[in-house]
Design a protein. Structure first.
Lengths: 114, 116
């Protein structure tokens, strides 16, 4: 079975400051890694995903995440946040083969303050 | 194009009532998933369809939960004799392919169920 741990339930940060949202996972098999974002009153949207190849993946709105196999981590970072980045962020994993469901962490609420 | 839609967006039920939640996936998507998201938690898997076949229902919490997708498109999640612990947001997701874990899942806005 897989599990995902997001240690920080809330992360307050000032606008234009850098931010890191932590994600660690546990799995006995190889997995794909995802970050989803949920804006207020909206559905989950895929932010970025790691499938293979370069361990650093980027989104179109300036977020990036780095897959670290030895530390089983997939932390999400942004060098300068905006008010509009305020949302709930979920890390998720999925097995390469077999069960196709996503396993999510409990989420991190990013609160960007002016 | 249109995304995944769900109806109703909000549902209030009295304990013991039956409810039916609808999901309209993106047209042509083969795979459909249902998740349950309790307050303050991440979504948890309930069940998975590939076309009309329910290939995985390991996440359904009890036999009061039932899902169907009879024509391989629209899906309905039914909860019988609702209990207070069923209160949650029910999310539907679809993906275009049938195989491969790299397939992106596209989520609907969810149905918030409150059981009084």
């Amino acid at each position: 079975a897989q599990s995902v741990t997001q240690l920080d339930s809330q992360v307050p940060v000032f606008e234009e400051a850098p931010v890191e949202l932590r994600c660690n996972y546990s799995s006995s098999v190889s997995v794909y890694l995802f970050w989803y974002v949920q804006y207020p009153n909206q559905g989950l949207q895929l932010l970025l995903k790691y499938l293979s190849g370069s361990t650093l993946v980027e989104s179109i709105n300036g977020f990036e995440a780095e897959f670290n196999k030895s530390q089983t981590s997939f932390h999400l970072r942004k060098p300068s946040v905006h008010i509009s980045d305020t949302a709930e962020y979920f890390c998720a994993v999925r097995k390469y083969t077999g069960r196709r469901a996503l396993t999510f962490g409990s989420g991190t609420r990013l609160q960007v303050q002016p | 194009g249109a995304g995944v839609s769900q109806s109703p967006r909000y549902k209030v039920a009295k304990r013991g009532q039956d409810v039916a939640l609808r999901c309209d996936p993106i047209s042509g998507h083969v795979s459909l998933f249902w998740y349950q998201q309790a307050l303050g938690q991440g979504p948890e898997f309930l069940t998975y369809f590939q076309n009309e076949a329910q290939l995985d229902k390991s996440g359904l919490p009890s036999d009061r939960f039932f899902a169907e997708r009879p024509e391989g498109s629209v899906s309905t999640l039914k909860i019988q004799r609702t209990q207070q612990e069923d209160s949650a947001v029910y999310l539907c997701a679809s993906s275009p392919l049938a195989g491969g874990g790299a397939d992106t899942q596209y989520f609907g806005p969810g149905t918030r169920l409150t059981v009084l």
